[in-house]
Design a protein around this ligand. Structure first.
Ligand code: IVH
Length: 687
């Protein structure tokens, strides 16, 4: 076949495959078998291999992935990603409908939709081609996950038909079907890794993977539910959904029009019944006013549209007998009582264990061995016990006490006033605490050493090579190569052998080396200081700018920081006064970890803020207003003197006039602090 013939054949095959993707995903009505489809795809792949110059970026073969994303660039949403007002109560749905009728008069159409339990995504199309996909993030800024989203087969890379605006954004929910979720978790268990708690967590973990080829294998899917843009001319939401379907987007068959409250309730009932038969998770129903002009009339509150409401399903419950209670020690030393139950089916799985939370909950429920208990499954992997049927209790039963010594290391447990949990104070000598700290340290949001999963850390701990996180940086090739351990099967994990061969060892050492580039805020989070989660670590890092400053901060310095209360301040102080901390930090510093925030130097130019306009107003703590303005310009941003609907951000210091704040709120312009601004620069720098 010559070049010209190949070009024509590639064009024909691409269009043919697109048509079948459309039939399959958008219409749920395939007209050929999977086998026939694969033959077309194979032929196209073969031709593209032969004629690489003919591979188009939106060819249907491009769903296989391959590109690596090192860090996900942060992108500001053109339209903020708001949330929905939600309720568990049918009465509140009735109130919603009454309110809308009062405001709009009698003729209101609604669209009822499933509330997909996944990860929100906003995808921009330009000239019919997918150009960018961004996660929700904090609603203002999200992560650019385009490379990974392009691997999802039900998301068109190129649109079909006509009538789509030159540029628009479509929003939907990335979900992981149950069948794929189960496969992924089976594999994780075989490899000694912790399974994902639910399909939502698995979907969210998957879209943030660095290797898009891995994402492609996970079979993510996407349902779309909102069209946004300046040139959307459809009168109704339903019409926009139908149009989007005709362009190739997957719109749920369950998105239906309703006229009356009776129809709405009928829909709620049908959806709740259908829930257990659907091949993916939903957590409720969304009810939206259909007419776009009526939507505009109703507008938004600060957080959500007035024209929509989410009705959430209540958690599912079952009853079972309490057989015994185990006490588990976590990373922080907190001891959690876990109930062993007579196996009972609940929300699609067989439940054998459930959490009893803490000593207070045990006392409050007065739960006893042998009791019939009520188990509830929310979003977590471990269901919880929420009630006891005391009527069915045996007269011989005795109240359940709480253990006094750590079941792992025998140390006497302690309980701080005002806290619910009992703790094992043997932080540096209690095995699950040491392993937990190591696992936290290497986790994705901390040091992100993903070549070292939990199973491998356990092996290194068991072999005596890791006692604390600083030991990671002393590991050598010779210590690692050939290490092996067989783990017997347990209730949660299958039997497995972990062994370190050449490639594994290289990956581990490389991952450890690369972690030295992780920015200071994540290093701080990785240290696992009690109560210092990801957000607090960021706050502290950007406020104090270096570990040295943070170490010297006293209790009052800490509580003076926004959002830092007594509990966190106390925990940070006691972390730094512990003599073991000093040795540990010294070793980590010597290993080359980042112990201070690298503010983008003012002399260094970039395009991080390109396309953004700022109004800088008020008095700032760390930099002068002029310095901030100069920084904005040097990084591609624009300074404007007055707020308008086109302003991207109001960078606000203290003493800013109240009128400015009001105007920004009215125009929905995000108001950011000096700290947020530095964070923005810094995060942009890492991309
Ligand atoms: S409409 C202004 N429709 O629920 C918000 N959202 O709590 C417009 N979701 O962030 C969202 N299914 O991630 C809408 N059929 C549906 C949905 C849906 C799931 C999620 C979405 C959103 C969250 C709001």
């Amino acid at each position: 076949m010559n070049f010209e013939e190949a070009k024509q054949r590639i064009h024909f095959l691409s269009e043919e495959i697109r048509k079948h993707n459309y039939n399959y995903y958008a219409l749920s009505n395939p007209t050929i078998t999977d086998y026939q489809f694969d033959i077309l795809l194979q032929e196209l792949m073969q031709l593209e291999r032969q004629f690489p110059a003919l591979v188009e970026i939106d060819s249907p073969t491009q769903h296989v992935g391959g590109a690596i994303t090192k860090e996900f660039r942060q992108v500001i949403h053109q339209y903020p990603m708001l949330s929905l007002g939600n309720t568990y109560s049918e009465d509140e749905i009735r109130d919603f409908e009454t309110r809308i009728h009062k405001l709009l008069g009698d003729t209101v159409d609604y669209v009822c939709e499933l509330k997909f339990d996944g990860v929100a995504i906003g995808i921009t199309y330009r000239d019919g081609k997918l150009v960018m996909a961004v996660t929700r993030g904090d609603g203002i800024r999200g992560d650019d996950v385009t490379t990974n989203i392009r691997t999802i087969k039900s998301i068109p890379l190129k649109l079909r038909g006509t009538g789509f605006p030159d540029e628009f954004e479509i929003r939907g929910e990335i979900i992981l079907p149950h069948s794929s979720f189960e496969k992924i978790n089976e594999r994780r268990l075989e490899e000694g890794e912790e399974p994902f708690a639910n399909p939502r967590n698995a979907a969210s973990g998957t879209i943030k993977m660095q290797n898009s080829a891995e994402v492609a294998k996970r079979n993510l899917d996407c349902f779309f539910y909102q069209l946004l843009g300046d040139n959307i001319s459809f009168d109704s939401h339903y019409e926009s959904l139908m149009k989007a379907r005709s362009w190739g987007f997957r719109i749920s068959q369950y998105s239906v029009r309703c006229q009356t409250i009776v129809d709405i309730f009928e829909y709620l009932k049908t959806a709740e019944k259908a829930r257990n038969d659907l091949p993916f998770d939903i957590d409720g129903v969304v009810i939206k006013v259909n007419s776009r002009s009526q939507q505009e009339m109703l507008g938004f509150t600060a957080k959500s549209p007035r024209w929509a409401i989410a009705y959430k399903f209540k958690a599912e419950q079952a009853t079972s007998r309490l057989l015994s209670v185990d006490f588990q020690v976590g990373r922080t030393g907190a001891v959690t009582p876990v109930a062993n139950l007579q196996p009972v089916p609940l929300a699609g799985t067989i439940v054998k264990r459930a959490t009893l939370h803490n000593a207070d909950v045990i006392a409050l429920l007065d739960v006893r061995i042998g009791d019939m208990v009520l188990v509830e499954k929310g979003g977590e992997i471990i269901p919880k016990i929420v009630g006891v049927d005391t009527g069915k209790r045996s007269p011989e039963s005795k109240p359940l006490g709480f253990i006094q010594a750590c079941p792992e290391c025998g140390t006497t447990l302690i309980r701080t006033k005002g806290e619910a949990a009992w703790y094992c104070p043997n932080e540096n000598g209690c095995p699950p605490q040491i392993k937990g700290k190591l696992e936290h340290f290497i986790s994705r949001k901390a040091m992100n050493i993903d070549s070292l999963g939990e199973g491998k850390v356990e092996l290194l701990y068991d072999k005596g090579l890791l006692h604390n996180v600083a030991d990671l940086y002393d590991l050598s090739y010779n210590q690692l190569i050939g290490l092996e351990k067989k783990y017997p099967s347990t209730d949660e994990k299958k039997a497995r052998t972990i062994s370190f061969r050449e490639k594994t060892v290289q990956n581990i050492l490389q991952g450890i080396e690369e972690s030295k580039q992780v920015p200071f805020d994540r290093v701080l989070y990785a240290l696992g200081i009690r109560f210092v989660g990801e957000t607090i670590a960021k706050k502290l890092a950007f406020h104090f700018l270096s570990l040295e400053n943070l170490r010297h901060a006293n209790f009052t310095d800490l509580t003076n920081v926004e959002e830092i209360g007594d509990k966190i301040a106390g925990s940070v102080c006691s972390f730094f006064t512990d003599p073991k901390t000093e040795t540990l930090l010294k070793r980590l510093e010597e290993a080359g970890l980042k112990f201070h925030i690298h503010i983008v130097e003012i002399s260094h130019k970039s395009e991080i803020l390109s396309g953004l306009s700022f109004v800088v107003s008020g008095i700032f703590e760390k930099y002068s207003r002029e310095d901030l303005k100069k920084t904005i310009e040097e990084h591609g941003g624009k300074n404007v003197s007055a707020l308008s609907s086109k302003t991207s951000y109001l960078l606000a210091g203290s003493n800013m006039g109240p009128e400015k704040r009001k105007k920004a709120e009215r125009e929905r312009i995000p108001i950011i602090s000096e700290e947020d601004f530095l964070k923005m620069l810094n995060e942009g720098k890492q991309t």
